[in-house]
Design a protein around this ligand. Sequence first.
Ligand code: NAG
Ligand code: NAG
Ligand code: NAG
Ligand code: NAG
Length: 463
Amino acid sequence: MFGLRLALRVVCSWMDKAKEIKGKLFFLFLTAFVFLLCLAASTPRTLGSVPQPRQASDACPSRTSSQTITPLNGTKHLLVSAYMDRREAGSDVRIIGIFKRDSIQPLHCVFCCAGQLSTTTPGTILQHSDHFGFPYATTDVMCRIPQNCNATHVDLLTQPSSSARPPHRSWLPIGNHKTNEKEEEPEKLRFNFTVCISNLFGGYNNVLQFAQTLEMYRLLGVNRVVIYNTSCGPDLDRLLQGYIQEGFVEAVPWPIDRHLNPSRGWLFSQSGGDVHYFGQLTTLNECVYRSMERSRYVLLNDIDEIITPYRHDTLNALMDALQPQQPNTGVFLIENHIFPKKHFEPSGRFHLPQWNGVPGVNILEHIYREEPDRASYHPHKMIVQPRMVVWTSVHEVLKNYGQRFKVPMDVCRIVHVRNPLRGSLTLEQLKEDKRLWDFQEKLIPRVDQALRRAGLLSTEGRS
Ligand SMILES: *[C@@H]1O[C@H](CO)[C@@H](O)[C@H](O)[C@H]1NC(C)=O
Ligand SMILES: *[C@@H]1O[C@H](CO)[C@@H](O)[C@H](O)[C@H]1NC(C)=O
Ligand SMILES: *[C@@H]1O[C@H](CO)[C@@H](O)[C@H](O)[C@H]1NC(C)=O
Ligand SMILES: *[C@@H]1O[C@H](CO)[C@@H](O)[C@H](O)[C@H]1NC(C)=O
C-alpha cells in the first residue's frame, strides 16, 4: 500500500512540475504518459479501457492521501484507511476512522474507478462499542461500490452529489483487494505472525527492553512488527531505524497529537482528553486489517509484553498444536503475567557489562512473577486470525467470527516486566519463572548485534 502511495505521490509531483513547462505538446504527452503510469500503478488490469487523459487529471486520483490520519473536510472526523471487506452482505469497503461521537452526520462514499469518478453510494456509519467515554471513537464507514466500478480509491462526501468535484479530494487507497475472492492457503501467506504494537509516544526510550523484546519475538517466529509511532526517544529511534531498514519493523507514522488532544489514560472520567490512549483502539483495528491478507496470525499486545509459549519453542509450534484442537477458533486469549522490575535475580549472571550504558530495563534480570488475583478482573492479550476479526478492543475482540479460546497459562502466557500490579506481594509470595533464560544463548548475541548496529553498545566488557 505504501509502495503504491509513494508511486502515486511521485507521479503526482511530476504532474505539478509538468504544468510549469510551456510546450503544449510536451505537456499533453507527459499528461498522457503520467496518467498511463498512474493507471498501471493502481489497476494493472484495465489498461484496455483508458479514458481521456484530460478527464483523468480532473478526476482521480488527483491527490492521494499520503498521511496515516486524514481530516475529513467539512466534518470533525478523521479518516485512517480503507480496506475491501466483503465478509458481510451489502458492503464492499470498510473505511476506518476516528469520529467525533456527537457530530455524526450522513456520509456518502465516492470511488475512483480506474481513473474515473463514480456516483456516490450511502455510507453506513458504525461506531465501535468501546470508547471509554471519550468524545472521539473508532468508527467504520461501510460502503458499497457502484456497479461497473473497479475501485482503487475511496473518499467520503457530506452531500450525495456526483457532479460536485471538489478540486482537492484526499483519496484513500483501498487495500486488501484479494480478501474473500478466493481463500488463500494460510501456508502461502507472507507472514505467519505479525505483532501489532500500538502507540509509541512521548520520549519513550526503554531501548534495552525494546531490543530484547523484538529479538524474543523473532526467536519465537514473528515475521513482522507493526508499530504506530507518534514520537519516541532518540536512542530508541536509532534502534528502530535499523529494524525498519532490515524490514522486521514497519513503523506507521501516527501524528494523532497534531489533530486531537490524545489522552495518556484509558478512561475519560479519569484523564480527560479527546481520545483513548493515543488512539490505541483505532491502531489495533487498523493493524488487524493491514495484516488480513498477509499474516496467518496477529498478536495484539504492548511492547513490554511477550506472548511466550511454555511448552513449545516457537509460536508456530504452539499454534500448530492449538489450532487443530480448536478448529473454529479465531481468537486465542493469553493471560497477562506481571514480573515486577523492582525484584532482581540474585546471581546477576545477566547483568552484562556491555549493556551498562544502554537505557532501559533488562528483562533477563527479572524472574519473579506475580500470581494473578483471580478473584478480580484478569486481563488477557490476544493471538487472532485477522480474517476472523471484525472489531477488536485491547483485551478482547468486540465482534468476530468463530470461537474464542482461553489458552491455559501452562501452555502460553505473557511475560510482562514492569511496575508491580499487586505491590503488596512480598518476594516470597512471587513465583520464580525463568522461561526467558531458555532463550538466552541466542538472545544475547542478537540483542548485542542490534544495539551495535544502532551505535548503542558499550565497548567495555565483552561484545
Ligand atoms: C474490472 O476489472 C475486471 C478484471 O479484473 C474486468 O474484467 C472488468 O471489465 C473491469 N470492469 C470495468 C468496469 O472496468
Ligand atoms: C474543503 O472544502 C471546501 C468547501 O467544500 C473547499 O473550499 C476546500 O478547498 C476544501 N479543503 C480541502 C483541504 O480539501
Ligand atoms: C510459516 O510457517 C510455515 C509452516 O510452519 C513455514 O514453512 C514457513 O516457512 C513460515 N513462513 C515464514 C515467513 O516464516
Ligand atoms: C517516530 O516519530 C517521530 C515524530 O514524527 C520521528 O521523529 C521519529 O523518527 C519516528 N521514529 C520511527 C522509528 O519511526
